[in-house]
Design a protein around this ligand. Structure first.
Ligand SMILES: Cc1cc2nc3c(=O)[nH]c(=O)nc-3n(C[C@H](O)[C@H](O)[C@H](O)COP(=O)(O)OP(=O)(O)OC[C@H]3O[C@@H](n4cnc5c(N)ncnc54)[C@H](O)[C@@H]3O)c2cc1C
Length: 314
C-alpha cells in the first residue's frame, strides 16, 4: 500500500484512481480541469476501439473494459447503458478483431444496412458521458480519494510524500514527461441533437463522405464526426457541422429537424502506440498511462487494472 498521485481527472485518471483506491492505496488526483473540462466530456463514449493501435494488450484491455462497463450498466445511476446498434463495414477486409470481445454479435440484416455497406449488429456499452464521469468522480471520492485542482509542469511537482506518480493527462501527458514526439491530436467535432426517441446507435467509420456516427444517449444524440489528425483547432466549424448533419440524417432520417442541443470539439489524445509503462528519471517511479486516441472509455478499466499491477510491482 502506498501514497499515489494521479495526474488527470478524465476517464483514465478517474478509473485509475478508483482501481488504486480499491486496492488499498492512498490516492490523490491532481488536475487543472475537472471531468467537465476534460476531453473525456466530449466523447460519444461508446465502447468501440477507434483511432488506437490494435496491439494484443490493447485488445485485452478493451475486452476487460467491455465486461466491466456491461456490469456497471445494471445500475442506471452509473450512466452506462447497454444498447443495440450496427457497426457498418465498407472495406473488403474490415478489421473485426474487436468482435472477439463482444458476445452475441451477428451479421447485420439488410434492413439494418444502407445500400453498399455490410455490418455487424451487437449490443455495446454506451456511457452518458457526464452522468458516468460524475458517478466515477463521486465513487472515487467515496473511496477516500482526494481531488486537488492544480496545474503541474513535471511529475516531480506532485510534491513530497508520494511513493509513485501516474501520468494520465491525456494529450498533455507527453509535455509533462519532457516531450514525447509520438503523441498527436486527432480533432473530433460533434453536434448533440435532442433525442427524437432513438435507442439504436450506428458507427460508420469508413463512410465515403466522412467519419459518421450516431450515438443516442438518454435525452440527446451525439452526432459525429471528424478525425483530423494533427489539428489542434478546438473551435467548432459551422461548415463541418452542416456536413455532419447531412451525413447523419442520410443514415438516420428520424434525426432530420431535431433541435441542436449543443456542440463540441475535442482533441483525441493519440499516439503511435498506447503508452502504459514505468518511466524512470524522476524523484519517485512514474507510470505513464496515455495515448488512448479515440478509445479512452473503451480501454479505461483495462488500463486502470494494468496501472494497478505496475504499482503493485514497485
Ligand atoms: C469527438 C470525440 C468522440 C470520442 N468518442 C469516444 C467514444 O465513443 N469512445 C471512446 O472510448 N473514446 C472516445 N473518445 C476518446 C476519449 O474521449 C479519450 O480517449 C479520453 O477522453 C482520454 O481520456 P484521458 O483521461 O486520457 O484525457 P482527458 O479527458 O483529456 O483528461 C486529461 C486530464 O489531465 C489533466 N491535465 C492535463 N495536463 C495537466 C497538467 N499539466 N497539470 C494538471 N492536470 C493536467 C486535465 O486537466 C484533465 O483532467 C472521443 C473523443 C472525441 C474528441
Amino acid at each position: 500500500m502506498g501514497r499515489i498521485a494521479v495526474i488527470g481527472a478524465g476517464v483514465i485518471g478517474l478509473s485509475v484512481a478508483y482501481e488504486l483506491a480499491g486496492a488499498g492505496h492512498d490516492v490523490t488526483v491532481l488536475a487543472d480541469r475537472d471531468h467537465t473540462g476534460a476531453v473525456s466530456s466530449v466523447a460519444a463514449a461508446i465502447w468501440f476501439p477507434h483511432a488506437v493501435d490494435a496491439a494484443p494488450r490493447v485488445l485485452e484491455s478493451a475486452r476487460l473494459t467491455r465486461d466491466r462497463l456491461a456490469s456497471l450498466a445494471a445500475d442506471a445511476r452509473t450512466g452506462v447503458r447497454l444498447r443495440t446498434g450496427t457497426v457498418l463495414t465498407r472495406r473488403p477486409d474490415p478489421d473485426l478483431s474487436w468482435t472477439a470481445a463482444v458476445p452475441g454479435h451477428r451479421p447485420a440484416t439488410a434492413a439494418e444496412l444502407p445500400p453498399g455497406a455490410a455490418g455487424v449488429t451487437c449490443e455495446l456499452p454506451v456511457a452518458v458521458t457526464n452522468v458516468y464521469l460524475a458517478w466515477l468522480r463521486a465513487s472515487v471520492l467515496g473511496r477516500g480519494v482526494e481531488i486537488r485542482a492544480v496545474a503541474l509542469g513535471t511529475p516531480d511537482e506532485a510534491g513530497e510524500g508520494f511513493d509513485a506518480v501516474v501520468v494520465a493527462a491525456g494529450i498533455r501527458s507527453g509535455a509533462l514527461l519532457g516531450g514525447d514526439d509520438q503523441v498527436f491530436p486527432i480533432r473530433g467535432q460533434i453536434v448533440r441533437l435532442a433525442n427524437p426517441g432513438l435507442t439504436r446507435w450506428l458507427l460508420d467509420d469508413d463512410n465515403p463522405d466522412g467519419l459518421t456516427y450516431v450515438v443516442p444517449r438518454d435525452d440527446d444524440v451525439v452526432c459525429g464526426g471528424t478525425g483530423d489528425a494533427g489539428s489542434w483547432d478546438e473551435t467548432a466549424d459551422p461548415d463541418v457541422e452542416r456536413a455532419i448533419l447531412r451525413r447523419v440524417t442520410a443514415l438516420v432520417p428520424e434525426l432530420a429537424g431535431a433541435p441542436i442541443v449543443s456542440r463540441a470539439v475535442g482533441l483525441r489524445p493519440a499516439r503511435t502506440s498506447v503508452r502504459l509503462e514505468r518511466v524512470d528519471g524522476y524523484a519517485v517511479p512514474v507510470i505513464a498511462a496515455y495515448g488512448h486516441g479515440g478509445s479512452g472509455f473503451t480501454l479505461s478499466w483495462g488500463e486502470a487494472a494494468r496501472v494497478r499491477e505496475l504499482i503493485d510491482a514497485l
